[in-house]
Each structure stands twice: as C-alpha cells, then as structure tokens.
Design a protein around this ligand. Structure first.
Ligand code: FAQ
Length: 329
C-alpha cells in the first residue's frame, strides 16, 4: 500500500511538473510571437539557451580574434592619424568582445569556460579572421567589406528576442558603422592616389571580397541552425538573404571607390531588382572551418599566448577585488 501511494505521489509530482513546463513553454512562445524580449530570469527552453550561448560565444570570440589581423598594422600605419584611428578601432573590438561575453554570462555560462572552449578548438570564431593582412590596404578592405558585412548581419540582431544580446548589439552596430566608414575612406584615398596605391587597394579588395561573402554562413539549404533560430527570432533573416543585401549595398560603393569586385558574373537582375553574383567556393569555407585556413594556427596560438601572458592581470584584479570586498573578477 505504502509503495502504491509513493508511486502515485511521484506520478502526480511528474504530471504537475510537466504541466508547469507546458505553461512556461506557452508563455515563452507567446512572448516570442508578440516580439517581447526574453530576459535572463525568464524561463526559456534549454535548446534556446544553448543555441544563444553557441552564437554569442562565436560572436564574442570573433571580436577578440578579429583584433589580430588589423593589430598587425598598428606599428606600420603610414601616419599618426591613421595609427590613432586604427588603435581606437582595434580597442573597440575588444570592447565588443567584453559586451558579448557579459551578455553570454547572463545565460549562466562564464567567460573562463567560453575562452577555454575557444582555446581548445571546441567553439568557433568567424572564418574571415583566418586570412592574412598582407598590405596596408587590407586595413581599408577589412573596414569596408568585413565591417560592412558585419553590420549587415548584426543590425537585425538588435531585434533579437534575447534582451541582453539585442541591447549589446545596439552599441556594437554604432561602432561598426564608424569602422566601416574609416575603411571606406582609407580605400578611397588609396584608390585615388598613385597607380601603385590604386593597385594595392584593388589587390586587397580582390582578396577580401569572397571571404567576406562567406561570413554570412553556409547557403540556406545547408544552414543547420537557421530555421530554428528564425522561429525563435534570434535570427531575423536567413544567411542568403543577408548575403544578397550586402552584395546589393557593396556594388555601388565599389563603383564610387573606382574599384572592381572580382566576380565576372556580377550583374544587375532587372526582374529580381537585385544583383546576381557568381558561385561561392564552399569547399574553401568548410576547409577554413575545419582549421585549414591560411592563418588558423597562428590566430589560436597567438590568442592562447595572450591569455597566458594576461594571467597576472586577472590575478591582480582578483586580489584587488578580494581586498576591497568585491566579488572576484
Ligand atoms: N565562420 O547553421 P549555420 C565581427 C558555422 S563579425 C565560422 O548557418 P548560424 C566584427 C556555424 O556556427 C563576425 N563558422 O549557423 C569584426 C555553425 O557551426 P556550429 C562575427 C561559421 O549560427 C569586424 C555552422 O557553421 N559575427 O566579428 C560561419 O545559424 C572586423 C552552420 O551554420 C557573428 O558571429 C562563419 N562565417 O548562422 C571584428 C554574428 N558561418 O555552431 C573585428 C552573429 C557559419 O553548429 C574586425 N552570428 N558558421 O558548430 C550569426 O549571425 C550566425 O551565427 C551566423 C551563422 C550567420 C554567423
């Protein structure tokens, strides 16, 4: 008898739990449908939380790894003005990483854990940062194309259903917009400069164009996460939609710069009201994701070294916080 009663109690408790979860789930779905923000203390499906951590971590890692290709040129910037601008930009990227790691922390995942996953290759960062910056014009091409692609992808993230991520994106997009314009202005100067400078600008655009298109992720029919992320309103547009939007913005800008985009199939499609463009080399993209891009090893080893060399700063900050009765950083 006692055992039957115990079973009944367990079954009742399980039924009650399932009912509560269904009610939480219905409230979550209704909030997403009504375009309300999900906040850290709200109930959310485990898979929603996990997918957000995955995307936000990859985004944060991209910001801090993305400091490396341009930082390579700080000491060789051609003037004090250019050096100051580039330093400010690279510093901004560090700040973006911090906002995003902090936003990910609101989901219960600490920065140490995320950095550990980056350093051990268990989490990704954007494919674009595995390409080398060979000349000064690359700084311009990164600003114009890479930051331009980043803005196109990130403006819709300001309306992401998860509040802390959406709010972090507002400031990030404002700063990316400044970055994009500095790159454009730099390339304009080179393009209108000496024939050698023009050639250097063209060469940089030739090398950065296709990898920039790959930043938007695989084609829609190969994008594992898009359908669910769009249903949850984490993503508002598909990878291909945003890629097309970027191409349509970039073509007239290239004309104004006096530079050509390295795609013989690029042409206006009157019917679609959009530009057609050539086939992307997806083998190259997947290969870079697997770790075989030109700079993958260099980027990760430099990141690990920077982390190890910064250990004393973290220790000092923790000691200071302990001394002053604050929570350790
Ligand atoms: N690189 O199913 P999907 C910047 C992975 S901007 C590497 O389509 P999803 C600013 C993807 O994670 C760059 N991996 O994935 C800056 C997934 O793998 P998983 C960062 C990529 O999430 C400028 C698999 O492929 N921006 O840093 C890439 O729905 C200048 C299947 O893909 C963001 O992270 C890629 N390009 O869509 C800094 C924006 N694409 O996780 C310095 C936020 C896809 O299953 C200097 N993220 N993968 O192992 C997003 O909008 C999305 O995550 C996408 C990918 C659109 C990137």
């Amino acid at each position: 008898m006692a055992t039957a009663a115990a079973h009944r109690t367990t079954a009742e408790a399980q039924a009650g739990e399932a009912e509560r979860t269904a009610a939480y789930e219905a409230a979550f779905d209704a909030a997403v449908a009504a375009d309300e923000r999900i906040e850290p203390r709200d109930w959310m499906p485990d898979a929603y939380r996990a997918s957000l951590v995955r995307q936000m971590a990859q985004h944060a890692h991209s910001e801090i790894i993305g400091m490396q290709p341009e930082a390579n040129w700080i000491t060789r910037a051609p003037s004090l003005r250019r050096k100051a601008i580039l330093m400010a930009k690279v510093q901004d990227e560090a700040g973006h990483g911090l906002y995003l790691y902090s936003a990910a922390e609101t989901l219960g995942t600490g920065r140490e854990e995320l950095l550990d996953k980056l350093h051990s290759g268990r989490q990704k960062y954007s494919s674009i940062f595995n390409y080398p910056t060979l000349t000064w014009a690359d700084v311009g091409a990164i600003g114009w194309l890479v930051d331009g692609a980043a803005i196109t992808n990130q403006v819709p993230l300001c309306r992401c259903s998860y509040g802390p991520y959406a709010r972090a994106m507002v400031r990030i997009c404002k700063e990316e917009s400044f970055h994009q314009r500095q790159g454009y202005e730099l390339l304009l100067h080179l393009s209108k400069g000496t024939p050698e400078q023009h050639a250097m600008a063209q060469d940089a655009v030739d090398r950065w164009w296709w990898p920039s298109l790959m930043m938007f992720g695989p084609p829609d029919d190969e994008s594992a996460h898009s359908a669910q992320s769009m249903a949850w309103k984490i993503k508002r547009h598909s990878n291909d939609e945003l890629r097309q939007r970027f191409v349509d913005i970039a073509v007239p800008q290239a004309e104004a710069l006096g530079l050509t985009l390295p795609d013989p199939d690029l042409r206006w499609n009157e019917e679609r009201g959009q530009y057609d463009f050539g086939a992307i080399d997806w083998d190259e993209f997947w290969n870079v994701l697997k770790g075989n891009g030109p700079c993958n090893e260099q980027r990760i080893s430099q990141r690990r070294t920077a982390h190890e060399e910064g250990a004393w700063v973290r220790e000092a900050a923790s000691a200071y916080a302990a001394k002053h009765g604050k929570a350790a950083a």
